[in-house]
Write a protein that binds this ligand. Structure first.
Ligand code: TXA
Ligand code: MG
Length: 327
């Protein structure tokens, strides 16, 4: 398939493609999304094939007007309303009862829908131009890291979609925080840059109350059971640079991602240093992309404490490394 590349100023043409039933990759403040009209079930079905995504893994619907929101949801429970007031537009997805008119393929048959009003102005303008809510998972092939730059979006989706809209590098760099409501209690299903402390503050509960526990091993969010965020290179985690010297890296071309100035044991390693965890989170997927590009076969990535924004980074790194995320 021929993929049209749209410079940012050609946003209207990209939106017109969505209206015509096309798939268009577009930037948001979290990661690039792979969008289709949420009310076009044929186009939504093509999202799943373009990504190689299992059909039981529902999509997030993006809105940028109250009317679009009303088309997607049946109602916003009081807690969802409070979080909307506090964090939208922004990097938060809410799982709420779906509008009966929304095609079932979007929610993989679930009675609930994940909905988000993105903070990025370009995404909002795009959604308003589309004139319909836009279903959009992250624009990666299923299992791979999410694209956070136009380069990465092209590399992942060229030939798989009708259009890719260029934009700035994503400001957050990690996917939205997802909050669901189960038996009247809010739960964080996926940590992101909006933290448990911030959400608890708004809801008047303790951050610890927001923890997610799978009932009888069944994930509350279908996506949680799949492997995610893996670059081509193997990923191994470390906590402190002092551990690096004792790791067995025999036979590997090594890349390392760390926070701060600590030395690394070999001058042959490709080293990506970050100024703090915010910068690390922002650059996480782009670093995976870069280290894959230069041919690293092993990426050593520093693991933060699973506190605040560190939980989001620890969650993605653990999945990339194929280990259990820290609680
Ligand atoms: O930042 C983001 O959220 C990005 C940008 C493009 O908005 N999107 C994104 O979508 O990360 P995706 O599809 O990669 O992740 C959506 C997650 C999946 O784990 C899915 O299982 C979960 O949301 N999800 C969607 N609808 C759900 C529902 N009704 N109930 C529970 N989980 C749901
Ligand atoms: Mg994703």
């Amino acid at each position: 398939m021929k993929t049209q590349l749209f410079p940012a100023e050609h946003l209207k043409e990209a939106a017109a493609l969505i209206k015509r039933g096309g798939l268009v990759v577009f930037p948001t403040e979290t990661v690039y999304g792979l969008g289709a009209s949420a009310f076009n079930p044929v186009a939504c079905a093509r999202i799943f094939s373009a990504k190689g995504r299992p059909s039981d893994n529902p999509l997030i619907v993006h809105v940028a007007t109250e009317a679009q929101l009303a088309d997607v949801v049946a109602e916003l429970p009081a807690q969802a309303q409070a979080l909307k007031q506090a964090f939208w537009p922004g990097p938060l997805s809410l799982i709420v009862p779906k509008n009966a008119a929304l095609p079932d393929i979007v929610t993989a048959g679930l009675p609930t829908v994940a909905v988000r009003w993105p903070g990025c102005v370009q995404a909002q303008t795009f959604l308003q131009e589309c004139g319909v809510p836009v279903a959009a998972p992250s624009a990666n092939v299923s299992g791979a890291p999410s694209p956070t730059t136009f380069e990465m979006a092209k590399s992942a989706m060229l030939g798989r979609v009708e259009g890719i809209l260029a934009g700035d590098d994503c400001e957050e760099g990690l996917e939205s925080t997802i909050v669901g409501f189960f038996e009247g209690r809010a739960r964080i299903l996926r940590p992101g840059s909006i933290t448990a402390d911030q959400i608890a503050h708004v809801l008047g509960c303790q951050p610890g109350d927001l923890g997610y526990v799978a009932p009888e091993g069944r994930p509350l969010s279908p996506g949680l059971k799949y492997t995610h965020y893996k670059p081509a290179a193997e990923v191994r985690l470390f906590r402190s640079a002092s551990e690096l010297g004792s790791l067995d890296v025999e036979g590997h071309k090594v890349g390392v991602m760390l926070v701060g100035p600590d030395p690394v044991p070999s001058a042959d390693w490709a080293v990506l240093r970050f100024d703090g965890w915010k910068a690390f989170g922002h650059g996480l997927y782009a670093s995976f992309f870069e280290l894959d590009r230069v041919g690293c076969t092993l990426i050593l990535a520093q693991l933060p404490d699973a506190q605040g924004f560190g939980s989001a980074i620890a969650n993605r790194l653990s999945k990339a490394a194929g280990v259990q995320p820290p609680i």
